[in-house]
Design a protein around this ligand. Structure first.
Ligand code: AMP
Ligand code: MG
Length: 474
């Protein structure tokens, strides 16, 4: 059924297959018009009389979203959430956490000068001029046994002490001669056939870290090496930003838990599992809340319960659009103190996305389609979970990116930023991205995909060989 509309800024008539369509012209230079993918969208070639420019018309038979936000606009809103306060955790449990305190070194590291070689501790000046033809002679006055203090040993000119890698230099010594450059003459005498300079083969006291220095600053990500530093300094507990609790609610009358055999007409809940895993991988603490039927009341109850359970973020997947069976927006409106910050974002997939805020807590309405929910999570929920944990570097706030060449022509409808699932291969040092086709309700194309190739909002598509940014799926 085709109805005819007059677009106000367009001198010609626009056709649409959808009733009550909201018609929007967009320039299009791609391929012949496709068959209608659904009753909601229509594409038409228009002849305006000027060298046959083409017009793509998008018609939407649904209630309109609130003003669509761009990805950037939504990300700017998410940026404004503050990081969570700190908590003390043992250093062994602090991997991938972000410090919220400066750490001053309580002591010198190492606390005494140490040998880096097996050999003999000496006064460097006693070795000057020593060579194979004219070795220097030393009296060996003792040995620094590993793990013991050399107290009582004090080198005078011409004296040496046996020492092992990591041993503490005795008083008077300022260098170590490697055992390879020494020869025992008798049990108390050695020849040294090479000179050493002061501090050669020695780590000085405090050379790694000096007492009182700021060694780590607030905001620092704790990697294995930072934890090692803390261990070396005897710091056993640190203040790090708290990890957010993220409640996961699935909504849909058609959903049953994954453990259940679904009767006809129902499907298993996939999103609870993918979202909980995504939350965990982002460093958050997933709090699965199960399935809620399509009802405003049930959803409000579930959201309130999640907030009572100290959720910092509530994710509701499904019901985020503007259809008759979509209640997420109404439920969020009914949560006390909640402001709706966005309903609708111009990304594909993922347009029916909702963000609300109550205090410093966020409520997300994600589309139910499995790929849409995953993509929206990576674009908007992931950065917030990371921000909450104190991450601030751009590369910690989003998925890693690479550039890749697309392996075939790919037309895209302008107006929304598109995230195309791709499989990646490497050839002669370059990445190649092969589109994985499939509707956003399918999970398997995601299983086959390595990344999401980004097609800009105004782009009409990519030609084979064009380079584009790809977000790497974890
Ligand atoms: P909705 O966003 O509620 O309109 O749902 C869009 C599509 O995603 C529908 O086909 C739903 O059945 C499906 N869907 C919604 N939630 C889930 C879920 N948790 N797991 C798998 N599919 C879902
Ligand atoms: Mg639904």
């Amino acid at each position: 059924m085709v109805s005819i509309h007059k677009w106000p800024f367009c001198p010609m008539t626009v056709f649409s297959s959808a009733k009550n369509a909201h018609v929007r012209p967009v320039h299009c230079a791609f391929s012949p018009p496709c068959a209608l993918p659904s009753n909601k969208i229509a594409y038409f070639w228009m002849d305006t009389g000027y060298a046959r420019p083409l017009l793509l018309v998008e018609a939407d038979s649904m209630k309109p979203f609130f003003k669509l936000k761009s990805r950037k606009e939504l990300q700017d809103i998410i940026d404004k959430f503050p990081s969570l306060p700190g908590e003390a955790v043992p250093v062994e449990a602090a991997l991938n956490r972000v410090l919220c305190q400066d750490i001053l070194s309580p002591e010198d590291l190492p606390p005494f000068p140490r040998s880096t070689m097996d050999g003999f501790a000496v006064r460097a000046s006693d070795t000057f001029g020593a060579s194979e033809s004219q070795p220097a002679l030393f009296d060996v006055i003792g040995e620094v046994a590993m793990g013991t203090s050399p107290e009582g040993l004090s080198l005078k000119p011409g004296q040496a002490a046996r020492i092992w890698t990591g041993g503490e230099l005795p008083d008077g010594a300022d260098a170590v001669v490697m055992v390879e450059y020494t020869e025992a003459i008798d049990s108390r005498t050695i020849e040294v056939s090479r000179s050493v300079s002061p501090l050669e083969n020695v780590i000085e006291r405090g050379e790694d870290v000096s007492s009182g220095n700021k060694v780590l600053e607030a905001g620092r990500l704790l990697r294995p090496q930072e934890l090692g530093l803390l261990a070396g300094l005897g710091v056993t507990s640190v203040e790090v930003h708290r990890r957010p609790n993220v409640a996961v609610i699935s909504t849909g009358d058609e959903l049953v838990p994954a453990q259940t055999t679904p009767p006809r007409g129902k499907i298993r809940d996939i999103n609870s599992t993918t979202l909980c895993a995504q939350i965990r991988a982002a460093g958050g603490i997933p709090v699965p809340m199960g399935i809620v039927q399509d009802s405003r009341h049930g959803l409000v109850e579930a959201c309130v319960k999640a907030l009572e359970k100290a959720a910092d973020v509530v994710l509701v997947s499904g019901g985020s659009s503007v259809g008759q069976r979509d209640f997420t927006i109404e439920a969020f409106r009914a949560v006390e103190g909640a402001d709706i910050l966005a309903h609708g974002v111009s990304v594909r997939p993922g347009k029916p996305t909702i963000l609300a805020r109550t205090g410093d807590r966020a409520l997300f309405g994600l589309p139910g389609h499995v790929a849409s929910a995953m993509v929206v999570f990576y674009l908007f929920v992931y950065p917030l979970i990371r921000k909450f944990q104190g991450f601030s570097q751009p590369h910690h706030l989003s998925l890693r990116r690479i550039n890749a060449r697309i392996t075939r022509n790919y037309p895209s409808r302008p107006g929304r930023e598109e995230y195309l699932r791709v499989r990646l291969t490497q050839n002669q040092g370059e990445w190649h991205a092969e589109p994985v086709f499939g509707k956003s309700g399918l999970i398997f194309p995601l299983v086959e995909a390595d990344g999401l190739l980004v097609i800009h909002r105004d782009s009409e598509g990519l030609y084979q060989g064009d380079s584009a940014e790809v977000l790497l799926l974890p």
